[in-house]
Structures are given as C-alpha cells and as structure tokens.
Design a protein around this ligand. Structure first.
Ligand code: GDP
Ligand code: MN
Length: 382
C-alpha cells in the first residue's frame, strides 16, 4: 500500500527524521492561510501516489500567500500525469504547503527490500533529486549501498561509511548516520517495503532535511498496523486493483490485451511468461487463490472483464483444493453478469476437470479447451 507524502513525513518525524514545517490544504483559502503562517515563501506540493511530480508541474515554489492560493487553485481538482502514472493520471485532492528550504545539495537515501540480498538494503547517493534514475543507469559509482544485518539492524559504522562514500563534510557524517538509522528503524518497525527520501537536502545553513518522503507498506503486514490501514486512499489506486484488494484477489493491472485467470502466484507468473513468449501481452497478473468459491472466481473474472483493454482471456487452472467445476461456474456467472463474451482459451486440469469442462461446453461462451499450457499459448500467438 502506498501513502501520501504528508503521511510519510508525519511518520518520519516520529522517528526523528527532520522534515520541513508544513500543513495539508484542500482549498486555495487553506493554502493561503498556511503559506501566511510559514512566512509567505513556500512550496506547494500535489499529494498523489506517484513520483515525478516535480517534472510534471505538481511542485510549485511560491513567494507569497496569494501565489500559494493561485497555485492551489490551478492544481486542486485536476489529474496529475507523471511518468509513474498511467495516461489518465491521478486526482489531486490535497496539497502539502511547506516552508521553502534553501537547498545547498540534494542527496538520495532509501531503504528497500533487495531480493538478491534477501533482505533490506540501504542506498545513498550524493546525486539525489529528480535525475536519480539517470544517475543509477549511467553513473552507478555515485550510488552506494550497505546491507544491514537483519538481526543487528543498520550499524553506525555502516551509516558513516555511506556518508564518507558520498563525500559529506565531516560535521554531517554523524547526523547523516543517525538519520539513516532512524529511517531504517521506521522501515523495519512499520513493515515497509520502501522508505525513500529524495531529495534529502543539505540546507544553506548546513542541516539535513527530508524535502520529499515516500513510504510503501507491506500489505501482508497491515493487519498489525491498524493505524496505518486508515491511511489508505482508494481514490489514488487503480479502480480495478482496488476492487481486487476488496475481493482478496491478488491482481496487478498491466497493459496487454490477454486477461489471465490463474490459481497460484507461481503458476500466474509462469503463465504470463508463456503469454509473452508467443508475442502476446498479458493484461494482468491474477492469482485467485487456492480456496476460492464460485462467487470469488466470478468477482475475479469480473475484474478481468472490467478492463477495457482485455480482448481475449487465458484461464490456467490446476485444480487441487480449488475445483475445476467451481472455476467454470464462476466464469459463466461473471460473463452473464457483465454481458461480455471474449474468446477464451481454457486449460484446466485436476479435481473435477470433466465436470468443469462440461459446464464451459454447455455455456454457449466462446471457449477453446486445451490440455497443456504450451497449447494454450500457441492459440494466443500473434
Ligand atoms: P517528486 O518530483 O515527486 O519526487 O517531488 P519532490 O518532493 O522530490 O520535489 C521535486 C523537486 O522540487 C525537488 O527535487 C527539489 O529540487 C524541489 N523542491 C521541493 N521542495 C523544495 C523546497 O522546499 N525548496 C527548494 N528550493 N526546492 C524544493
Ligand atoms: Mn522526490
């Protein structure tokens, strides 16, 4: 789950990561009042679940409360399109109005899960700011990494080694190390999958300040953070992904035209690989889960059909606990409900397979039944 910058910064402040003074505004009047409180000169920041706001016009530096109100009027109620959103963008409902910090240097600091390290790693760079992706791609020597011991956590010597690698001034080495340790503690204690500060700035008067803050939370750990669960902003999510989350279906929307219904995350990934290998493109990842009933299968299939890009469907089910007839009935129910009948290639094996095939054959739907995944993929070749 993603959270807004202002929510991330409130959490960071609790962990003694220094953030600028600021407040949230939902109207130009509020923006005006907050800017006045801050002394006029301020930064108006669109609160959306996407990065790249700076380049997309979602961050405005203003000199007066009047300008803050103007910028707020121009941003609120619009949809912001950045390189991290789809072409439709995401709605701007709130703004963070912050004191404008004098920036001497922009650094990068993040804690994230690295599959290769099989745990969290801490990444820092002296070349933070809006070009960090280019820095990572073209100047990897400017990106520094330490792997904390998962039991001991991030150690002061590791924080200092990052500071030295970035070439920070001597008086910033300790504060940086402390800040990194605090961010790491936040990451672990709040079950994050990402905690990122970009830019972490050195201010004109030589302090470290988190100008931006981003936290992603592990959905599977949210049950033990009831306070964080409330930070969810469904409006920022893809509507189909939000529906899937409500239905407890693992679904990730992609940009292809082949809708995929699969049971099991591993099988779902293998299925997407097979689709890609024959030159077709999956419209989604979907794992309906092992213990679904026909209502849940129907909801999952409704979500697939709800994507206007879906022109054909691949069903790949290995019936174990989930029976093939249950899947078949769910599919038929969804097609009837939605009133759609796209060409479907169905590969089903396992428990109650004959009954499942019979349900599909008798349904009048546009179904091609196949025996193997390779055969299914062949049918999708373009
Ligand atoms: P992002 O583009 O979505 O990552 O949004 P950021 O919060 O990182 O803002 C983009 C850029 O705006 C930063 O890299 C800074 O260069 C600039 N910026 C943001 N806040 C301030 C501020 O308080 N003072 C100054 N001078 N620049 C700022
Ligand atoms: Mn940023």
């Amino acid at each position: 789950m993603k959270v807004h910058e202002y929510q991330a910064k409130a959490l960071m402040a609790r962990y003694n990561v220094p953030v600028p003074h600021g407040k949230v505004a939902a109207t130009p009047q509020e923006a005006h009042a907050i800017a006045q409180e801050l002394g006029g000169k301020s930064v108006v920041k669109a609160q959306v679940h996407a990065g790249g706001r700076g380049k997309a016009g979602g961050i405005k530096l203003v000199a007066t409360p009047q300008e803050a109100a103007q910028a707020a009027g121009a941003l609120l109620g619009t949809r912001l399109v950045t390189h991290q959103t789809g072409p439709d963008g995401v709605p701007v409902r709130r703004l963070l109005i912050e004191e404008a910090a004098p920036v001497a240097q922009e650094l990068y600091l993040a804690v994230l899960v690295d599959p290769a390290a099989r745990g969290p790693v801490v990444i820092a760079s002296e070349a933070g700011g809006m070009e960090i992706e280019e820095v990572a791609a073209h100047s990897p020597a400017k990106v520094h990494r330490v792997v904390p011991d998962p039991v001991l956590g991030l150690m002061p010597f590791q924080g200092r080694s990052l500071a030295y690698a970035m070439g920070l001034k001597a008086e910033l080495v300790r504060p940086f190390s402390e800040l990194a340790i605090n961010l790491y503690r936040l990451f672990v204690e709040q079950d994050c999958t990402l905690a990122e500060v970009n830019p972490l700035v050195v201010t004109g008067d030589g302090r470290l300040l988190a100008l931006d803050g981003k936290l992603n939370l592990d959905d599977d750990a949210l049950f033990r953070h009831k306070d964080l669960e409330q930070l969810r902003d469904v409006e920022q999510e893809d509507p189909l992904e939000a529906q899937a989350a409500d239905a407890d279906v693992r679904y990730v929307r992609l940009d292809g035209d082949v809708g995929c219904l699969v049971n099991g995350a591993g099988l779902a990934m293998a299925t997407m690989d097979m689709v890609s290998r024959v030159g077709a493109k999956p419209a989604n990842f979907l794992d309906v889960g092992g213990s679904a009933d026909d209502a849940k299968v129907a909801r999952a299939f409704t979500i697939i059909l709800g994507d206007p890009n879906v022109k054909r469907v691949l069903v790949n089910v290995f019936g174990g606990i989930l029976r093939c007839d249950v899947v078949a009935r769910g599919i038929v129910a969804a097609c009837q409900q939605v009133g759609k009948n796209p060409p479907m290639v169905v590969r089903m094996l396992g428990t109650n397979v004959d009954e499942g095939r019979q349900v599909l054959r008798g349904s009048g739907l546009n179904v091609t039944l196949v025996d193997t995944l390779a055969e299914a993929a062949e049918r999708l070749r373009r």
